[in-house]
Design a protein around this ligand. Structure first.
Ligand code: IPE
Ligand code: IPE
Ligand code: MG
Length: 261
């Protein structure tokens, strides 16, 4: 494949990108993209994989440490079986095709969600790619697969309850940090920016706990049409937000109170 050198991929990264430790994306609109062209939904998903490639490369260039992509929700199992199968096939092919690039560019692949529910060959490809990229130190590419925020929270509560029942944990010791340590994202920072394509103003069960203070950016652009220019526009918008975390504007502007809890 012919690839432009990284350095020439589009000028200096915007300053706001350096404030993003974790970018999360709800990749929505593949079906509408296909329908508008009179194509089967599957073609929208296939085109969506191209957008994944573009955004992964852009995040590497922008040196964003963690990218979480909402790839398949717990509720997406309700879709017609042939669409679920097509999505699983695309995921399998993506993992096989991208592994070399992940290895050569230092990407570390990981997942959040009910990985046990995925078809065996997809799980095999995932486990292989995660094992082979485990020691990489570049972009953490976190795929949310059979992921649901409510399921994640309930699972964490169950694990804590079991620890209390077995005498390994004092209920009084459960605070926000201890709770977060039982989530799939235990070792990841909360997302700073959450982008949703396709225009819907909802979270659709994504990162419900972690997105408490995440900046939200919704664009009508459908996921297969989302590229580097749209990503830079979202980051630019993020750069103009004031993140107050409950404080007042004046407090945020005062360097003595701006940081610290
Ligand atoms: C997102 O696109 C892909 C997944 C949810 C797996 P959709 O398939 O939801 O596209 P729309 O919302 O129907 O356009
Ligand atoms: C959210 O999109 C899930 C993913 C992008 C994987 P959906 O298309 O499933 O969301 P709803 O059903 O419109 O809320
Ligand atoms: Mg959708």
């Amino acid at each position: 494949m012919n690839r432009a050198p990284e350095r020439d991929a589009g000028g200096a990264p915007p300053a706001a990108a350096s404030a993003i430790r974790h970018l999360a994306v709800i990749m929505d609109g593949n079906g509408r993209w296909a329908r508008r062209r009179g194509l089967p939904r599957f073609m929208g998903h296939r085109q969506g994989v191209q957008a994944v490639r573009t955004v992964v490369r852009a995040c590497r260039r922008l040196e964003i440490p963690v990218l979480t992509l909402y790839s398949f929700s717990t509720e997406n199992w309700r879709r017609p079986p042939e669409e679920v199968r097509a999505l699983m096939d695309l995921l399998h092919d993506y993992l096989q095709r991208e592994l070399d690039e992940m290895l050569s560019t230092g990407i570390r692949l990981r997942t959040i969600g009910e990985i046990d529910r995925l078809p065996e060959r997809v799980r095999g490809a995932l486990e292989d790619a995660m094992a082979r990229t485990r020691d990489n130190h570049g972009l953490v590419l976190n795929l949310a697969l059979s992921y649901g925020g409510r399921d994640e929270i309930v699972r964490a509560a169950r694990r804590l309850a079991e620890a209390c029942r077995d005498g390994r944990l004092d209920p009084a010791a459960i605070d926000e940090d201890r709770f977060a340590a039982e989530l799939y994202t235990a070792d990841l920072p909360d997302p700073d920016l959450l982008i949703r394509t396709g225009g819907e103003m909802r979270l659709s069960n994504f990162l419900l706990y972690q997105a408490a203070y995440t900046e939200l950016y919704v664009t009508p652009v459908l996921w297969p049409d989302f590229g580097e220019a749209e990503l830079l526009a979202a980051i630019d918008d993020f750069g103009r937000r004031q993140r107050r975390f409950g404080r007042t504007d004046e407090q945020v502007q005062d360097p003595c109170t701006a940081s610290g809890s």
